[in-house]
Design a protein around this ligand. Structure first.
Ligand SMILES: Cc1ncc(COP(=O)(O)O)c(C=O)c1O
Ligand SMILES: N[C@@H](CCCC[NH3+])C(=O)O
Length: 421
């Protein structure tokens, strides 16, 4: 069920009309639905109900807003973090340290130390070098770090090349053909409790087959490790499930994913772990924007210049991604329009020749499916500051991230004395 729906001709987030949010908070603004987050969290958990005690860690990178994390913490979710900042957020939002998994190819010495001090549940080690560094820190602290070794299974996830992570040439994990040897060597380190294998082949996957292939390789590796006398009690299968960005697009539902996982992992005898991001948060958010003006362009379609830009929602500029664009108060009239932001780059284009609701200066509209990899990828390019974020719950809403004005960013900048005339 979609919690962003037209009621009496006006698009609502749950029971709140979007024009009310635009008036009180201004635009552009990200709007999230608590009911959608909760629904997705439960659907995903339900999809895994055939497994014994699965551990679900929300991929914080997809939406790190504290209120969003709190909603998921209340649903019993842990967190998958990739930086000290994300770790701090997850803890602040109420996620338990033991439910936190630390992924990432470039954890710094300080971040490894922070994870140990906080007592997180698992480090997903991405290289032997990282493993030895963590072992040394753990020894110094008199601790043992629970670890999984992330493997690179060399599987084509068939997604956008910039978000594919499991091909041999990608920077992530250790090559599968060296994994057993590295795992066995790290298992000898007294500072490490090598307990599992981790894999994550990419994001926005529209097809379960590459996942199944990768999981099959993990299963074979687990068997090989056990044969060699290593203990393996955990397997982290990552995230990656895609979501529809275009009305009518079909993606494998979580239930099919869960059934595939149950089939492939039968007999593994491990605790399975998951790191979903987009499938939980993607369709739980929209970016609400206002049309600044409609600009005629020769004989072609008009340029609809909206007040959101590539710095606020970067996916179209970065990956050529499609986000459905709809009027908040549609008249029923459609038109072909170019939808662009105000930034001084041709790349600040959300869509060219898009047939959608006809809009004019002053009208409100939304980019859909902006709840994941939206606000979190924002920048302040062109000194535009950072947009606000709002969480809706039934008929109430709260600002869960203030708009940060360009002036506030300037407050952190200095002109040194020696530049003064
Ligand atoms: C290690 C890891 N886990 C989980 C995720 C979450 O992926 P998604 O949002 O596609 O579920 C990512 C991002 O691709 C990731 O790199
Ligand atoms: N930022 C990407 C997803 C990257 C996933 C990170 N591992 C997107 O917007 O689609």
């Amino acid at each position: 069920m979609d919690h962003f729906q037209l009621r009496d001709g006006v698009l609502h987030a749950e029971d709140v009309p979007l024009p009310t949010i635009a008036e009180e908070v201004g635009t552009p603004v990200y709007v999230y639905s608590r009911a959608t987050l909760v629904r997705h969290a439960r659907v995903f958990r339900e999809a895994l109900s055939g497994l014994k005690n699965p551990h679900i860690a929300f991929a914080v990178k997809s939406n790190p807003n504290l209120a969003v994390l709190r909603v998921l913490a209340n649903e019993g979710y842990g967190a998958d973090v990739v930086s000290g900042g994300e770790l701090t957020r997850a803890l602040k939002a109420g996620m338990k340290a033991e439910d936190i998994v630390f992924s990432g190819v470039g954890k710094t010495h300080a971040e490894l130390q922070q994870g140990l001090e906080e007592g997180i549940g698992q480090f997903n080690i991405e290289s032997e070098e990282e493993g030895y560094e963590l072992a040394a820190i753990a020894r110094r602290f008199g601790k043992r770090a629970a670890c999984a070794l992330r493997v690179n299974p060399d599987v084509d996830a068939r997604t956008h090349e910039k978000i594919s992570t499991g091909k041999r040439e990608n920077k992530f994990g250790v090559p599968l053909d060296r994994a057993a040897e590295i795992y066995a060597a790290l298992a000898k380190e007294e500072g490490l409790d090598m307990r599992g294998i981790a894999v994550h082949i990419g994001s926005q996957l529209g097809d379960l087959e590459p996942l199944e292939t990768a999981f099959g390789k993990v299963g074979a590796l687990i068997a090989e490790l056990r044969e060699a006398g290593c203990s393996v009690t955990h397997a982290d299968l990552g995230g990656g499930l895609g979501v529809p960005y275009k009305a009518g697009e079909e993606f494998p539902p979580p239930s099919e994913y869960g059934a595939m996982v149950a089939r492939v992992t039968q007999g593994w005898d491990v605790q399975l772990m998951f790191e979903p991001g987009r499938v939980i948060a993607g369709n739980a958010g929209v970016l609400l924007t206002r049309v600044i003006r409609s600009k005629r362009s020769g004989n072609g379609p008009p340029f609809l210049v909206v007040d959101a830009a590539m710095n606020d929602l970067t996916r179209p500029a970065m990956y050529g991604a499609w986000h459905d664009f709809e009027a908040v108060e549609p008249t029923g009239q459609k038109a072909v329009q170019h939808i662009v932001g105000p930034i001084c780059e041709t790349g600040d284009t959300f869509a060219m020749d898009r047939e959608c609701d006809a809009l004019a200066a002053g009208d409100l509209a939304v980019f859909r499916t902006a709840g994941a990899y939206g606000a979190t990828m924002a920048s302040s390019y062109n000194s535009r500051g950072f947009v606000a974020e709002v969480l809706v719950d039934g008929d109430k809403f709260a600002i869960v991230a203030d708009r940060i004005a360009a002036s506030a960013i300037m407050d952190a900048e200095r002109v040194p004395d020696w530049l003064e005339g």
